[in-house]
Design a protein around this ligand. Sequence first.
Ligand code: F3S
Length: 279
Amino acid sequence: MNVKIAKEAGFCFGVKRAMKMAWDKLEQNEDGIYALGPLIHNKQAVSKYEEKGLVTKENIEDIPNSKNMIIRSHGVGEKVYIDAQKKDITIVDTTCPFVKKIHKIVKEYSTKGYEIIVIGDSKHPEVIGINGWCSNSAIIIKTIDDLDNIILESSKKYCVVAQTTINSELYLKIIDKIAKMTSDIIFNNTICSATKVRQQAARQLSKEVDCMIVIGGTHSSNTQKLVNICKEFVETFAIETKDDLDTESLKKYETIGVTAGASTPDWIIGDVITFIKNL
Ligand code: F3S
C-alpha cells in the first residue's frame, strides 16, 4: 500500500508558528500560563497543551494579575493589550504576522479618519480582533447581499480589508460592487493564500490516488471543504484521528492520499500515516 501526502496539509505557517511559541513558553515550566480562548479548534491538540499546564480562559477578566497570557494566531483587539497592561499580565503574542498587518492598516487608516470596511464573518475571532483596532466601528460585510443594507457616503473615506481566510472570488465580487458605491476608497487585499494552496494540493493529490483520507475536526469548515474537493475525484474518508479509520475498507486500495485541515497537528497526521503503512 502506497501512501502519498498532499504537498500542503495541516497547519499553515501562522498556526505552526503560534503553536511552537506557545509550546516553547510551556517548556519554560513557569507557573500560570493562560490562553485567551482555545489555541486552535482541535481538541486533541488543546488537551496536549493543557496537560502541559496551559489554562484556557475565554475572557481576560478571568486571568489572574501578573500571569502569562497567550494571544492566539487569530489576534485580538487593542483593548486586550491595554487591559493586560493594567493587570500586569505578560503577553505571549502569537498573532499571525499576516493578521498583525491588518491590525496596523486598520489602526492607521481609522486614525486618519477613514471608515473601515472588513469583508469577513463578524462572529469570527479574527474579525472581532480586527474590529478592535478601530474602536469596533467597522462595517462588516459577509455576503454580497449585505451591501444592499449599507449606504456609503460620498463625503467619507473608506478603507477595506479582508479576513485572511475568505474566498477570493467572493472578495472580488464584493469589492467590485463597493467600488461602484463610492469613490474615496482604498482596497487592501489581505487574504492569505494558505487555504487556497492547501485546497489546490488536495485537489491535485485526489487525481493521483485511489482514495483520500482527510484528517481534521468534524466541525472544522476548512476540513469539510477539503472533503468535498477530494470527493469530486475519489472515495474520501473524513477522520479526526487514526482511531476513526475503517481499516477493512482501506485494504482494497493500492495508493492512498492523505491531507489535513488547518487545525490538524503534524503528530496526528504522522500517526495516521504510520498506521496505514503498517496495514
Ligand atoms: Fe494561517 Fe496566518 Fe494565513 S494563521 S491562514 S498563515 S493568515
